[in-house]
Design a binder for this molecule. Structure first.
Ligand SMILES: [Zn+2]
Length: 332
């Protein structure tokens, strides 16, 4: 009888090893591929553009006089709040983060789409920095819900150009990554707290940001409208990689062709690869594998970059990077 129990226990232990191992593989954070390189922090001369990265797709481009921000997720609520509770901007955290980044004044806050991981903090940031918010009709509702006056909201469809100082922004209509979990429009002012599902997609844009002849393309969701960049040239592309791993390799190739090859960019900066359910004061880690397999995506993209002589570099968190200098010096 004892022997029988021992055998059952042994079988259970042997069975548990692969199950636990597989669970750890799927639910743990993977590492970026070993060859991944992060740009060193460097402050641009006054008049040149420094970029600061806040994880996911949240970026700020400043030339010392004017600042253009893309997307707004600083609060990064945890998984429990996002899946089962409500989300809201954290005022103290936003104050501290903006202060650390030296962002007292922001001119334009461009919103790629209104999912919470792009739009949660637009009103909190615009209220503190005087930013004009630019985005879809859904973006307008999120801004109104956060008490941004109508005069500081610009609703766009794609094709518009906006100017602030030496920055020119062109709004380009795009598509959300495949498998949108929260499609639809925000149709009434959206206050906080709200559920993550209240932040419906509302249409997706890419932004071409030009500054004294240097061209930065921010493509914040991994999909495209065929031909959307016909005639568009870019020096550096901030390329969303989230969601690519769950589709056939041909989709990543088509995406690369449309966004990187067509624009002739020589530097690609991956964005939307980090686990935004973790706070920003922790080192960024790739999304958990059950959500997305970022290392797999990067192994699909690396040969395309090598073929096209394009350098791939990650950004440090919040520290400034002289983006034109980084583009000029990054070797594939
Ligand atoms: Zn989204």
């Amino acid at each position: 009888m004892r022997k029988w129990i021992k055998r059952v226990l042994l079988a259970l232990v042997l069975l548990a090893v692969p199950v636990v191992g597989y669970g750890a593989f799927r639910f743990g954070h993977p590492s970026l591929p070993a060859e991944s390189r992060t740009l060193a922090s460097s402050v641009a001369r006054p008049g040149d553009v420094s970029v600061r990265y806040f994880g996911t797709t949240t970026l700020a481009f400043s030339d010392g006089t004017n600042t253009v921000m893309v997307d707004a997720l600083l609060t990064r609520p945890g998984m429990r709040q996002v899946m089962f509770g409500k989300v809201a901007s954290d005022p103290a955290l936003i104050d501290a983060t903006l202060k650390r980044a030296g962002l007292a004044k922001i001119d334009l806050l461009l919103v790629s789409h209104t999912h919470y991981d792009h739009a949660l903090d637009i009103a909190a940031i615009a209220n503190r920095t005087g930013a004009t918010i630019v985005g879809s009709p859904s973006t307008r509702e999120v801004a109104l819900g956060g008490a941004i006056p109508s005069a500081r909201i610009v609703t766009v469809k794609g094709g518009e150009q906006l100017h602030t100082g030496d920055f020119t922004v062109t709004v380009i209509r795009s598509l959300h990554s495949l498998g949108d979990r929260v499609p639809g429009e925000v149709t009434a002012p959206l206050g906080q707290p709200a559920t993550a599902k209240d932040y419906k997609e509302g249409g997706t844009f890419a932004f071409l940001i030009e500054h004294r002849g240097f061209r930065i393309l921010v493509h914040a969701s991994a999909n495209f409208v065929p031909g959307m960049y016909r005639g568009v040239k870019a020096d550096a592309v901030f390329l969303a990689t989230g969601g690519l791993s769950t589709h056939p390799v041909g989709f990543a190739q088509a995406y690369w062709h449309e966004v990187v090859e067509t624009t002739g960019a020589k530097l690609v900066v991956p964005i939307h690869w980090d686990d935004f359910l973790e706070p920003l004061d922790q080192p960024l880690q790739p999304l958990r594998r059950f959500l997305d397999d970022i290392p797999l995506t990067m192994t699909r993209i690396a040969p395309l970059a090598a073929r096209d002589h394009v350098a791939i570099r990650y950004l440090p968190v919040i520290a400034p990077v002289d983006i034109a200098a980084a583009t000029a010096s990054a070797k594939p």
